[in-house]
Design a protein around this ligand. Sequence first.
Ligand SMILES: [Fe+2]
Ligand SMILES: [Fe+2]
Length: 187
Amino acid sequence: MQKKKMVVRPYGPLMVEHRIIEQIVPLIRAEVRNIDKSKSIDPHFINVTVGFLRTYADKCHHGKEEDILFKALKEKELSKGHFETLRQLLEEHDLARSNVRELLDAKARYVKGDKTAVAEIRKRLLALAKIYPAHIALEDKHFFIEVMKYFSDKEQQKMVRDFWEFDRKMIHEEYREKVSRLKAELQ
Ligand SMILES: [Fe+2]
Ligand SMILES: [Fe+2]
């Protein structure tokens, strides 16, 4: 019997990444409960969370969505509904980015002794814990699979190859940037 060839669709790798990203949400909620109990912040938690959200959720995951899938969708004649969802998804990426930025600023103020930053940190953590599950559910259940109809099999396979190539380059860019930032700081 001939084995059926497994075809990877573009939404496959993106959904696998969603399964990793969503694991940060209960950790953020637990940290908010710790903040409420202790009225203090664990800067290490914020640093690790911001690192995860910026590198994995934003650069690696949103990067592939925006630079490859969404970019290709913008070339297609989308239905009104899909056009609107695409606009909303992009807005939510920006919202996540601005919350991460504000979270990091508030943490810097807290570390310098500004205890009023606790409320801001709490607010930004809760916002991020709210944005991600809804955003992921919208993409998984109402967008990614539906929009495949705009692409031929060939276009979909090219997209998957572009995803792998994006990931391959990303790790090197990330650390090239990190090492040059560190050099600049030490000079
Ligand atoms: Fe997204
Ligand atoms: Fe996503």
